[in-house]
Ligand binder design. Sequence first.
Ligand code: AKG
Length: 260
Amino acid sequence: MGFKYLSDHQLALFQQQGFLVLRNVLNKEEVNTIKDEFEKEWLASITDGTVKQREKERLSSLYPNKFHVHKKSSVINKMMTSGRIIKIVEDILGEEALIVSSTAFYKTPGTGAMQPHQDEYGFGAGKSSCAIWVGLEEINEENGGLYFIPESHTLELVNVPTDLIERDSLPDNFKIVDIDIAAGDAIIIHPFVIHGSKKNSSLYKFRHVLFGFYAGASVQEIFENNEELMDKNGQYVKKAKNLKHMKKRIRIDHQPFWGV
Ligand SMILES: O=C(O)CCC(=O)C(=O)O
């Protein structure tokens, strides 16, 4: 795979803590280009009537997350399949990467928390997968942030309590770490690390984020979106559905909460 974007130290840090913060991955122009695409996607869904305002969540209901943006916007697709983003992901996976999913997060003022979770629960692609989360403006606890439990990727899938961050103590001395982000910074997320975001409690600040989930080309089975993974040339790739994962999820849902 030739030139590496990540140093051995960064790769080791990722393996140790289960996530890796990378500063200035995208420049201002690239950040603005993605935000413009988010805006176009949003305008399209207002125009075609798919977005409907709800009485209870008057602002956040106008800005639902947009899934699979790499299929809708050729600009975002290019950003996710060429250049630094894919290079970083392939350094982590150690092989060619396929896009499984992408999300445009708008997270308006007042939008609620994303509960602590392990991405593996949703995607079921195993350890040869990872997410990249790209901040498109200044992001901190006030507008929702992103937090991690370092080293929690050493756990298998667990039933993560939804009130985890309100607890006084965590099992085995795990701790919660909030990450502050500037526009263009990115975070690589291990599929088993526990993470989540808080309520956007600011009055006026959105929290725009581009999230991409990737699996290594050698992955045989995947639970989520198994028929429409996408390679770097925009070709769809089909994988077997990871049906064992469904059973595993049911088992985990019935297990006691992690650490209780
Ligand atoms: O940005 C967020 O609110 C959380 C994103 C995330 O963890 C996910 O989509 O899995």
